[in-house]
Ligand binder design. Structure first.
Ligand code: COA
Length: 174
């Protein structure tokens, strides 16, 4: 496998990200949706891409997006995984795990206390990935997706702990 670098999602990545999304999701986000996300305040969003150095020309092979939900005090106790996908020919190489770990490390640094997301009940690869990262199911949103499939609601509560950092392979906070 070529070297993978994770960096901030830039506007000129939208076409590559939307191409991955188009093959990864049954109800794909449009390029305009991704563009809109990049114009949201950085305090409320964080998007990353994974790039592979192929023939000296970096190619985007995966992405992740986080939304941060402020409370009454302006703190952001809740982080929501909005979307994550990996190019089909680069699946099962640890790229999604790496993207999520970098996104969660940033969330920890922002003071986020809890993480949540929705996942299709049939999406075994993603459910297994999130389970590995400490998420547990807490409920169901019936017919959440446009095709009528239910969403499972997952949470990772109280993430500002040594245990969660260890699970991600992160050093303890100083
Ligand atoms: C889900 C997805 C993002 C995983 O990306 P990936 O880069 O292949 O995942 P990783 O290689 O980082 O896998 C990490 C762990 O996830 C689990 N996993 C990933 N793919 C799996 C599969 N096909 N079957 C079972 N477990 C799987 C495993 O626990 C794996 O750890 P392991 O390889 O040590 O066993 C990818 O399959 C994808 O893009 N799917 C389409 C989009 C999607 O469903 N996004 C999630 C929306 S909620």
């Amino acid at each position: 496998m070529n070297l993978i670098v994770v960096r901030e999602f830039r506007p000129d990545d939208v076409a590559a990200v939307a191409a991955i999304e188009a093959v990864a999701s049954p109800d794909p986000w449009t390029p305009a949706l991704f563009e809109g996300e990049l114009s949201v305040l950085p305090a409320l969003r964080h998007w990353l891409v994974a790039c592979e150095a192929a023939d000296d020309r970096p190619e985007v092979v995966g992405f992740v997006g986080m939304m941060f939900v402020p409370d009454d005090t302006g703190a952001h106790p809740e982080g929501h995984v909005m979307n994550v996908a990996v190019r089909p020919d680069r699946k099962r190489q640890g790229i999604a795990r790496r993207l999520l770990i970098e996104a969660f490390a940033d969330a920890l640094a922002r003071g986020v206390e809890h993480l949540t997301l929705e996942v299709r009940v049939s999406n075994d690869p993603a459910r297994s990935l999130y389970h590995q990262l400490g998420f547990a199911p807490v409920g169901l949103r019936p017919r959440y997706y446009p095709d009528g499939e239910d969403a499972l609601i997952l949470w990772a509560h109280d993430i500002q702990t040594v245990e969660f950092r260890r699970r991600l392979g992160l050093r303890e906070a100083s």
